[in-house]
Write a protein that binds this ligand. Structure first.
Ligand SMILES: C[S@@+](CC[C@H](N)C(=O)[O-])C[C@H]1O[C@@H](n2cnc3c(N)ncnc32)[C@H](O)[C@@H]1O
Length: 244
């Protein structure tokens, strides 16, 4: 039976769709070397919260964000409008691999490498989408500690390397490292907790909903994978990279 009366928005409690605190976001934006007139393009922007904050930080900058998710783009556009940014921010629903614009001063790709087929492909594609001297902020996973069996079950054997391997890969793709930040355990716990809590709060309000059992199973499986699997094993790095 189609259910339309109580849609679940599983991302409602998240500010960013990655393990990222306000303080780290602020630091990362400070490292983007945004000048007046700079163009920032966020590939796989989600609802573009980091892009909006970057453009708010530098009032002369212009932002473009691309994501294939209708809901995310609608949320981002509503936020841009509410914050008076529509004259400087454009968000488009498109596939990042086929969408094209002029090479940017700053490119952002956080948690979106899979859109290009993996981290190496993302680094190569974004290199061509940056002007020489530009900056890439790449957010990507790595194994902080070797994956346990549950982590391998969730993410597979080949998905991530070590942090050193991630940075080396960026170097071999023609970048230089300007800054490295990694998500703290507190940032991870906040991210995973909020992801689960959106569903738990929905279940409290809709205990007899026809989809309640399914949602309860999704959140139970997710919490189990997080707490018995990748918590403390999976890392997330934010590399600020220069394209010489
Ligand atoms: C983990 S989310 C990260 C979103 C955002 N960068 C953030 O940190 O909040 C990954 C995003 O990539 C988007 N995505 C995946 N494949 C894509 C593609 N081929 N083209 C455009 N967006 C894509 C998804 O819709 C999703 O919003």
């Amino acid at each position: 039976m189609p259910v339309t009366d109580a849609p679940l928005n599983g991302h409602a409690l998240l500010d960013f769709n990655s393990p990222l605190s306000d303080a780290t976001a602020y630091d990362l934006i400070g490292g983007l070397r945004l000048g007046a007139g700079a163009t920032v393009v966020d590939y796989g922007c989600g609802w573009a919260e980091l892009l909006l904050r970057a453009v708010e930080h530098e009032p002369g900058a212009r932002g473009l964000g691309v994501d294939s998710d209708d809901y995310a783009i609608d949320r981002g556009r509503a936020n841009a409008e509410a914050r008076g940014l529509t004259s400087r921010v454009t968000l488009e629903r498109a596939d990042v691999t086929t969408w094209r614009t002029e090479p940017a001063d700053v490119a952002i790709s956080i948690g979106s490498s899979h859109a290009w087929g993996g981290t190496k492909q993302a680094l190569e594609a974004l290199h061509a989408r940056l002007r020489p001297g530009g900056t890439l902020l790449l957010g990507d996973g790595f194994w902080e500690r070797p994956p346990n069996a549950k982590s391998v079950e969730i993410f597979g054997e080949e998905e991530f390397g070590t942090l050193a391997e991630l940075v080396d890969l960026a170097m071999t793709c023609g970048y230089r490292l300007l800054n490295l930040a990694t998500a703290t355990l507190a940032e991870w716990d906040a991210f995973e907790s909020r992801w689960c809590a959106a569903r738990e709060l929905w279940l409290l309000e809709h205990p007899d909903h026809p989809e309640a059992d399914e949602v309860r199973k999704v959140v139970d499986d997710h919490r189990d994978g997080w707490l018995t699997g990748y918590r403390g094993h999976l890392g997330f790095a934010y590399l600020t990279l220069a394209r010489p």
